[in-house]
Design a protein around this ligand. Structure first.
Ligand code: ZN
Length: 183
């Protein structure tokens, strides 16, 4: 079994050639298609409505991994679930009622994930680790592609990994931003 799950972000795609680009990453061994949803509010950039997820769903059978970088994820979860997302990950910074949000994601038929910004401590998600399928550690500031990996995030990934063990969570750790063969 592959010990890594590769989830190329659609943010890096040439949208004029979306079908070919998805087929290329699929042929190259991508496991999931990562969709960076930005609302122009939680992050400065604006991207990817549910329509894009619907389009991707028609192109590939791969799981669609939607990362909601939005101020009000609870409102948008049903849209992305209906569009065909497999995983729905929410930024812990935007979720004062994270238990409820995770339940809303499960009830919508998706696998829940929580995301930590670089400045948010690993411990912020400890309580909900047993309830989620994915923990995403942002290794750049969210909002734009092509940024450099923040080295201090390596020790944070280790802390998240220890918390996952401690809480008997089955969550998979995901690392987002500035990833290449060197890290
Ligand atoms: Zn992402």
């Amino acid at each position: 079994m592959n010990s890594f799950t590769l989830c190329p972000s659609i943010l890096s795609a040439d949208f004029a050639r979306l079908r070919e680009q998805i087929q290329e990453v699929e042929a190259a061994g991508a496991d999931w298609i990562h969709v960076d949803v930005m609302d122009g509010h939680f992050v400065p950039n604006l991207t990817m409505g549910p329509f894009i997820v619907e389009t991707i769903r028609r192109i590939t059978q791969l799981p669609i991994d939607a990362h909601l970088m939005v101020t009000d994820p609870d409102r948008m979860i049903p849209w992305y679930a209906a569009a065909g997302a497999t995983n729905l990950s929410v930024q812990i910074e935007t979720c004062p009622h994270i238990y409820r949000t995770i339940q809303v994601i499960r009830d919508a038929g998706c696998r829940p994930g929580v995301v930590l910004n670089p400045g948010t401590p690993a411990e912020a998600i400890e309580e909900v680790l047993p309830l989620v399928d994915v923990v995403l550690v942002m290794t750049v500031n969210p909002g734009f592609s092509g940024q450099t990996f923040i080295p201090a995030m390596l020790s944070k990934i280790e802390r998240v990994s220890r918390l996952i063990e401690k809480t008997n969570s089955q969550a998979q750790i995901q690392v987002d931003g500035g990833n290449d063969a060197s890290n």
